[in-house]
Each structure stands twice: as C-alpha cells, then as structure tokens.
Write a protein that binds this ligand. Sequence first.
Ligand code: BG6
Length: 484
Amino acid sequence: MTAIDAFDIVFFGGTGDLALRKLLPALYHQDQDGNLPAQGRIICLGRSPSDTAGYVEKAHAKAKEYLGSHYNENDWTKFASRIEYLKVDAHTEADFVALAETLNKFPGRERVFYLSTAPDFFAPIAKNLAAQGLNEGNSRVVLEKPLGHDLESSNKINDEVGEYFTEKQIYRIDHYLGKEPVLNLIALRFANTLLEPLWRREWIRDVQITVTEQVGVETRADFYDKTGALRDMVQNHLLQLLTIVAMEPPASIDADAVRDEKLKVLRALKPLSVDDVKTKVVRGQYRAGAVAGKPVIGYQDEPGVPAGSKAETFVALKAEIETWRWAGVPFFLRTGKRLSERLAQIVINFREAPTSIFGKNLGQPNRLVIELQPDESVRLYLLAKEPGNQTRLRQVYLDLDFKETFATRSPEAYERLLMDVIRGDLSLFVRRDEQQAAWRWVEPIIESWETSPEGPKTYTAGTWGPAASSALLSRDGLCWYEEA
Ligand code: BG6
C-alpha cells in the first residue's frame, strides 16, 4: 500500500452528522493505527460561527460516544491537534478566499474536498473552489449521496461539478464498497480458483442481497420522505453490491478495469417495463409494531412525515442480468427500515444435485453466505453426514469469521475510503457512467410508482416486510434465506 503524503482534507458539512459520527472517527482510527502522516490536516467547515476550540469540543463529545472502547484520551488529543474549523458558506466567495489562505500555507499537498452537504451545494462549492484555483494540482472532490433524484438531476449535478473538476478528480462515494466483507468478496472471487467455475448460471440458482435495518427514519423524515428506499439504498448500495457479485474478472485491479466490468453488469440488467414493476418490485411502508421487543410508531406518525405519504420504507425486487454467465438467474434485492433485524448479507444459492443417492428432499445443499453486518463473515454451507449408524445428512458450514481469523480490528468502510481518496485510488468509487446506468435502470420503477393509484403495501414494524416480498420469490419456487 502506498504511503500517504502530507495532505489537507476539507470537510464541507463539518458540523453535520456524517462528519461527526463517521468521518472524523474514521480518521481518528487511522491516526491511532499510525497511518496518517504527522503533517496531515483536517479542516472542518460549517455555516455557524465557531472557533476551532469550540468545534473540537463538540466533535470530541460525538467521537467519544461513537468510538466507545476505541476512544483514548491521549490519542484523541493528538488527533484533534490536526483539526481546524472555518466558517464557510457555500455561496459566499469571501469565505473561500479565507479557505484558500489556510490551504495555501502548505502548497503542493494532496487536497481532498469532501462534500458532505445537500447536493444543491455541490455546484456553488465547486465553482467557488475553482475561483480560488483550489481545483488544481492534487485536488480531489468527494461527492456524498444522494447525487440527484433521478437521471436528469444527477446529470445536472455531474455536469456542474464536471465544469471545474475532471472525472479523475471526482470521487463518488458509496460507503458499501468500503465494507471489509465486500472487499473480501472481490478477493474471494478473483484470488481463488475454486469458485470461478461455479460462479455462473449452470451452478447458481439465485442470488439474494439483503440490507435491512431496525431503525426507522430517525430525524431524517424531511429527506427520507422525498427519497424513499429505492433512491436511498437500491439505486446505489444494493446495485453496487450486485455488480461486485456479478462482474466478470477484471483485467487488473486498476480503478477503470474494475469499473468497466461493474458498468457492463449495470448495462446488462434487464430493463423493467411498467408491467414488470407490478410483478417484480414490491414497495412497502411500516406501520406501528415492535422492534427488538420495543413498541415503535408507524411511518405515517413519525415527526415530519406528511399525512398520506406514499414514501416506501421497504423495497424487494427481482433483477435479471442478460449475459451468458447470468441469464435466467434471479437476483433478489431487498432493503427496508424497521425490520426484524439489522442485517446486510449476500446469499449465493447453488443448485440442487441433479440426482441424489441419499434420498429425496435434501433441500438446498450448498450456499455461500457473505455477511457484511452486524457480523463480518463468509460461510460456505455443505451437506455432511451426522455421526452414527444411519446416513443422516445435515447442513454444516465452513466458516471464515474475520474477527477470529485475522484477530485484528476490522476498519469501518469510511476509513478505507477516506484513505483511498487521500492516496488517489478511484477503484472503490463510482464512475459517472455507472451512476447513470444505475439511474437508468431504476427510473421505470419510479415512473411506474408515480403513476400508480396504489401506494406501498404496509408491513408491521419488526417483521421482514410485506407478505408480497415472500410471494415475489415463491412464484419462482424459492424463498428468502431466513425462511428456508
Ligand atoms: C445510507 C442511507 O446511505 O446508508 C441510510 O442514507 C441508511 O438511510 C445507511 O441507514 C445504512 O448504512 P449502514 O452502513 O449503517 O448499513
């Protein structure tokens, strides 16, 4: 891994939740692990007036809460000495003059501008940075999702930012790509020979990608109600996971080699017609129920949700990839809030044996389960004989538990991704054409829902979503992993 040179990382939206809960703690961890050069500076920007001491105090309280047992007073003090706070309004040119002065004290450094703000601010920020010449040299800009609301609005944002930064300087972040088990799936697929011959339609019956949460909309109703689960999770995180599962082996690990292959998958997704949406996509919205034993209110009663909202808090869908490798293999994607468990996993179900010498109804013999959270593991399920005089088969698994196997702290997704931006590695960031292809594929779903008189199906909080989600698979004679 390339060592990191002196850098300045600038967080727009520095007082926001993401910066305080994820970005600063991620850099703290990397500092604690000795991966940040002493000269690395972190410049946090916000619209409210504060001095650095005031800001650091606030950041400290949040970091302590978030870091839990990883928090260490001395490490924090050392880390915090890198932080500076500046009041910068995205539209105020003079604020950017002050920012440029701060940055130009150390010319020639790697410079990262992380735009953790609403996308409406991306264009003015890019323009104002360029006006100060801050888009030159080793400058990079990181764009947080949501990047637009549909293909048109995402194109507009990309065009606007693209006026000032080249594609090679733009890092579109999808934090799911930084999760360790996802990176491990890439290693598992392309460093080993075992799976490759089986990784195709002849041997794989179906793929299930699940990202479920127990939390509701929390304090984000205003954002979430306009966004919904399809835009918030499916268009980006779930489709990105699908590309990692389905892509062909890239010619190298170079950013564009990997991204070219991911793009091919997105482009090969079978387009959905309005009628397909009715049968292949399920949308749901939670009503009151109980999650982890505690009663919770329904989506319609969440503070800030407009009466009669049709926003979906759950999506399950069946996608197909029209390639020789994947034709006919359903990829089931599912995500939602206020569900039974917090779980992110990819399940690859292999086909049943063509005939069995062990009798009938042995069920699913082999599956590969990659768990992203809450635990990080890869399990390969096999049938094995139980000890004893009778031949009784049982499912067992070969387990790669990251915690036990590597006995080291597994870094958070943002740690890896922030380090990649600083060192200028684009491979885990989404290229514009990938993003466009993903929007293009989900747009018919959005259109179909917008014109449909029907709203989302309701589901009780604390369940696995509406019954229609199970029916989506049972129509193909299949079921979700937890129902098997
Ligand atoms: C974000 C979504 O991108 O991902 C949130 O906007 C969601 O709604 C979050 O809660 C889930 O991320 P993670 O890493 O906690 O699974």
